[in-house]
Design a protein around this ligand. Sequence first.
Ligand code: GUN
Length: 285
Amino acid sequence: MTVILDGKNLAKKIRKDIKEEVALLKEKTGKNPGLAIVLVGEDPASKIYVNSKIKGCKEIGMESFENFLPKDVTEEKLLEIIEKLNKDERVNGILVQLPLPSHIDEKKIIAAIALEKDVDGFKPDNLGLLFLNDKKSLHSCTPAGIMRLLDEYNIDLKGLDAVIVGRSNIVGKPLAGLFINRSATVTICNSHTKNLKEQTKNADVVVMAVGKEKLLTEDMVKEGAVIVDVGINRTNAGVVGDVDFENVAPKAKYITPVPGGVGPMTVAMLFHNTLKAFKNVNNIE
Ligand code: GUN
């Protein structure tokens, strides 16, 4: 029987647990974890994401600091704002919503965020620390959410052959590090991979993170595999993943749905990281 990995419900539970911990920490320290959110411009999708993060903060009792900036804001001004947030003790995490307008150098902006406030886990140091299995480092939210979801269902990666399709800096690469730390044997594929099916059909775990609707089909997976779908593809039929869910699911042992799988876990991990950043800076275990 196929088990659906229910990210929606788990994310709800995680948020509830964080809310309780935030309340306890507030009592204990008199302080409140705070997340600064920076949005440049008016991109409708980014606005929806940002607003849901702000709403989430309020629901779990974290403080949010909103910085909505015009699309023509200069790089210099944005760097100035980040510097101010770096110094603000009420702010434990800084999230700059991507993508940024083309006149702003994303790398430069991410580099400006203080390491201990990098709740997106985008900074090179955090990615390096992730590969070194450092316990205090902040992990990119989507890979962190995938690990939490696999753990919830007691899926042990030790010795498993895992194929990750997608080599982005925020999903594929950090996830490979997290899988390696759990003793999986990892292959990372990309759009130039010679024969994708050749790679995926023998894998115990397949993670799809390329943004290509229904790319992973039933003939490409092994009976009993674990399938994780990171894809969010907007189609006339609604949001669909990178996996042909209907046909792949019967063959899989575990599979994430889209929506309701990895997506809600990503946002929950942002709050998890903000709490972790708060605890790191206040030396709380
Ligand atoms: N844009 C799309 N996803 C993300 C994310 O996880 N973090 C940030 N900062 N921007 C994004």
